[in-house]
Design a protein around this ligand. Structure first.
Ligand SMILES: C[S@@+](CC[C@H](N)C(=O)[O-])C[C@H]1O[C@@H](n2cnc3c(N)ncnc32)[C@H](O)[C@@H]1O
Length: 270
């Protein structure tokens, strides 16, 4: 994994936010970190046996694979805006289908669906509350919308704090929110739906895993976006170096994520 990360860092993917090779590598680390909390959520919700399942913002397919493993007899579709991610996803999860689709546009693929799931998607979109309401309109009666996003990240590590401040300011400058889980927690349930589950799952990655996610993010965010924020290259280089020096650190009590997990259920007909 470390060699893979090093080569990703060397690629210095530039400002291609969203689906650069560095982003894909980051999503692989992220998939390891959140696999257990997501699987536990999907396992414990009383969703029965949905036959049509949709992964909103599926990325390179890690979340789709979890859905496929949980709902073995379902027809699982992953939707994403990135052709590069979708190509990886098709290889990773041959048993699912994948569709290029902007999930802010209705109708959603395969609608009406029995279960729509979105992990770490709301931080990428504007007006998340409006969107969540639109997604519930794409469910069958008694269908489920399950969402997971970061509510908080706690650490005293000054390098991690510096990175988080930068990433969060950058997302805010684009009218999106790193801690989108807070918005999810505060959202009223859309008309015709009820919140069946809401809670925060805490996840403690190793220092190395957190540093890997952040350093790969920084690789993807560097360039134009940082210049727009008025951050010079030297500052980014120093942060990058400090994060890279943590890539072998196996401690687990340094940084904790709080993931807001919400399950909504639609009551009425379509
Ligand atoms: C952080 S990744 C999460 C990937 C996956 N859900 C997981 O948990 O592994 C967010 C994904 O949302 C996708 N995305 C962002 N905005 C989107 C949009 N408007 N429509 C479809 N996909 C979108 C990105 O391309 C990216 O693959």
């Amino acid at each position: 994994m470390v060699r893979r990360l090093t080569s990703a860092l060397q690629r210095r993917a530039g400002p291609a936010l969203g689906d650069s090779p560095a982003t894909s590598d980051r999503l692989q680390v992220l998939a390891q970190v959140f696999a257990t909390s997501s699987a536990t959520l999907l396992e414990t919700l009383p969703v029965g046996h949905p036959t049509v399942v949709l992964d909103l913002g599926c990325g390179p397919g890690h979340s789709t694979r979890l859905l496929r493993e949980r709902f073995k007899s379902a027809d699982v579709t992953g939707a994403d805006i990135s052709a590069a991610h979708l190509a990886e996803a098709a290889t990773l999860v041959p048993g699912a289908r994948f569709v290029r689709h902007d999930v802010t546009t209705m109708p959603l693929p395969r609608a009406p669906v029995e279960l729509a799931y979105g992990r770490l998607l709301l931080a990428h979109v504007r007006h998340p509350a409006r969107l969540v309401a639109s997604w519930t309109g794409q469910l069958v009666a008694r269908g489920w919308l399950v969402l997971e996003d970061v509510e908080w990240i706690r650490t005293d590590d000054t390098v991690f704090l510096a990175y988080l401040e930068l990433a969060s300011a950058l997302l805010r400058s684009q009218d999106t929110e790193l801690y989108a889980g807070q918005l999810l927690a505060a959202m009223p349930s859309p008309r015709g739906t009820a919140v069946v589950h809401t809670g925060v799952a805490t996840v403690e990655p190793t220092v190395a895993q957190a540093a890997a996610m952040f350093v790969l993010d920084l690789t993807a965010l560097r360039g134009e976006a940082l210049a727009r924020m008025g951050v010079d290259d030297r500052t980014v280089d120093e942060l990058d170096e400090a994060l890279t020096s943590r890539l072998q650190d196996g401690r687990r009590d340094v940084i904790t994520w709080g993931m807001r997990q919400v399950a909504l259920r639609r009551w009425g007909g379509r």
